[in-house]
Design a protein around this ligand. Structure first.
Ligand SMILES: *Cc1c(COP(=O)(O)O)cnc(C)c1O
Length: 394
């Protein structure tokens, strides 16, 4: 099988898995317990916090462990909103193609009286920093823009956006779930106030993530209970998951250059190959994208059928995001970059991993070509297009 859905989740690295199993089996003490056996778990927990902090340019006390990327996004945005509301600032700026963990949290805040401005991401899937600045108002309390998009892989000008937010004294959060462990991220150099990350997107375990919040930012308590995570997030810590996440991040960050050097040419080989399919188009900027991401639209087909037939050929890919598959709505990300409904329906996301070979890449391209041609063969939409009854868009 060729696993090309690493943006949905990744396989755990051997080192992370070994650490996790060892902690589950042997270091099961409660980190809040005072005896040595509990304190051993506490030590592992704090070592993981230090490690993760140093890998992103933060301080240990600026790292809050969460149950994943979604929780970190919720926590960051709700906290910034509560802080803003105290000062009468109830305006938030974001983008149209954020993950639903961000967009749905913003929807909830709108119902509570906040105003949200969603910036356009344009045809190339990129936010224009000057448009962030233009959108900032007296009452803006937060700008939240994702680092790398989960569907089309485009990398935002985070440093510039952060600089603008600093200048205007507005908090800046970024959902960096698809960036951390895939490209270089440093919260200081990138002018980031808050950042969300998730273990299972960089070969760590599922159900564990973290939120970086610059010191001085007072986070809200999303979960009430004990004094864990400085009282901001009650509940006995997921020590094995957290330690395994730190191990995975250490490996990923150490291997960033090799990762880019290996994946970028394979990514571009697939992009070049798929571009040869008539009436197709790459989604998102060709250069400013993570090394793993390839996303295409093919006119006249349904992405779901393409996926199922790729599965028959042993290729695991995605159409739209996993969270929305099952619904018939086209991807909000593809609509945000201006794809019309019919075209957005025929989309394919491949997110490749380190184990991919050139032969795999060629097999993917050949398989997609054959399947697209086959599906078009009995597509009424394609028949109308080729008969000139409707016009080609791509
Ligand atoms: C996967 C993902 C999330 C959610 O992370 P979970 O750990 O699965 O909750 C949030 N944002 C982006 C961009 C993602 O890709």
């Amino acid at each position: 099988m060729i696993y090309a859905d690493n943006a949905a989740t990744t396989k755990m690295s051997k080192a992370a898995l070994d650490r996790m199993v060892s902690l589950i089996g042997d270091t099961y003490g409660n980190p809040s317990s005072l005896y040595t056996f509990g304190q051993k778990a506490k030590e592992e927990l704090e070592k993981a916090r230090e490690e993760i902090a140093s890998l992103i340019g933060a301080e240990p006390r600026e790292i809050l462990f969460t149950s994943g990327g979604s929780e970190a996004d919720n926590q960051a945005i709700i906290s910034a909103a509560r802080l803003g509301a105290k000062k009468g600032r109830k305006h938030i700026i974001s983008t149209a193609f954020e993950h639903h963990a961000v967009l749905h949290t913003l929807n909830k805040l709108e119902k509570e009286g906040f105003t949200v401005t969603l910036l356009p991401v344009h045809e190339n899937g990129l936010v224009v920093p000057s448009e962030v600045e233009d959108a900032i108002r007296e009452d803006t309390c937060l700008v939240t823009v994702m680092y790398a998009n989960n569907e089309i892989g485009t990398i935002q000008p985070i440093r510039e956006i952060g600089e603008i937010c600093r200048k205007h004294n507005v908090l800046f959060h970024t959902d960096a779930v698809q960036a951390i462990g895939h490209i270089k991220v440093n919260v200081k150099e990138d002018n980031i106030d808050m950042l969300s990350a998730s273990g299972h997107k960089f070969h760590g375990p599922k159900g564990v993530g973290f939120l970086y919040a610059k010191k001085g930012i007072s986070l809200s308590n999303l979960i009430e209970g004990g004094a864990q995570e400085r009282g901001k997030r009650a509940g006995t810590e997921n020590v094995p998951g957290i330690v395994a996440m730190a191990e995975a991040l250490k490996e990923a960050v150490a291997g960033l250059d090799a990762y880019a050097a290996k994946l970028t040419p394979v990514r571009d080989r697939i992009i070049k190959g798929l571009s040869g399919i008539p009436h197709s188009a790459l989604n998102g900027d060709a250069v400013r994208r993570v090394p793993s991401n390839i996303n295409f639209c093919f006119e006249g087909i349904e992405g779901e059928s393409l996926l199922l037939l790729l599965d028959d050929k042993g290729i695991a890919a995605s159409s739209g995001s996993a969270c929305t598959s099952g619904s018939l709505d086209p991807s909000h990300v593809l609509l945000a970059i201006g794809r019309v409904h019919d075209v957005a329906h025929g989309s394919l996301r491949l997110s490749i991993g380190e184990d991919i070979t050139e032969a795999d890449a060629d097999y993917i391209v050949q398989s997609v070509k054959e399947i697209v041609e086959y599906l078009r063969g009995f597509s009424p939409v394609w028949r109308d297009l080729t008969a000139g009854k409707t016009k080609f868009i791509l």
